[in-house]
Design a protein around this ligand. Structure first.
Ligand code: FES
Length: 131
C-alpha cells in the first residue's frame, strides 16, 4: 500500500508498477488530492486497509511515513487483528547526529539512530512520544 498527497509526489512509480505486474504482490495505491490524470483510489492510506483481504496470522506491516499516519494505520491494523509483534515502524525522522551522542532521537532509553531506526511496535508502543 502506497499513499501520497498528490500524483506528482509519487515515487518509485516504475518499480511499483513492476511489482504489480509481477503478480507476486498486490499493490494498492492512493492519493489524498487527485488531479485530472489520477484514476486510482482517493483518500489517505488508511482508506486502503479495509479493502485488503489478509490473514492476520501471517501478515506483517512495515510503515514508513509521517508519524500521524502511524497512529491511524496501527489502529486499522488492530481492527484487522494484526498483532504488535507483526508491525514494524521506521523512526529515522528523529535522527540528527546519527551517532548516539546528541540525544535528539531519544525515545526513553532508546536512541533511534543506534537502536533503530526500524523498531518492532512491541518495543515502542509503551512510549507515547515514539509515535
Ligand atoms: S541522532 Fe543524535 S543521538 Fe541519535
Amino acid at each position: 500500500m502506497v499513499g501520497t498527497r498528490d500524483p506528482k509526489e509519487r515515487i518509485f512509480v516504475d518499480e511499483i508498477a513492476d511489482l504489480a505486474k509481477s503478480g507476486d504482490v498486490e499493490v494498492m495505491e492512493t492519493v489524498d488530492m487527485p488531479d485530472h490524470t489520477w484514476k486510482g483510489n482517493v483518500g489517505v492510506i488508511t482508506t486502503l486497509l479495509p479493502k485488503a483481504e489478509l490473514d492476520p496470522s501471517n501478515t506483517f506491516v512495515a510503515m514508513v511515513g509521517p508519524p500521524i499516519m502511524y497512529r491511524f494505520v496501527i489502529a486499522e491494523c488492530r481492527k484487522k487483528g494484526i498483532a504488535s509483534e507483526q508491525i514494524f515502524v521506521s523512526l529515522e525522522r528523529k535522527m540528527k547526529c546519527g551517532l548516539g551522542k546528541c540525544g535528539h532521537c531519544q525515545i526513553n532509553e532508546l536512541n533511534t539512530c543506534i537502536d533503530g531506526p526500524v523498531f518492532c511496535y512491541t518495543d515502542i508502543e509503551a512510549y507515547q512520544e515514539a509515535i
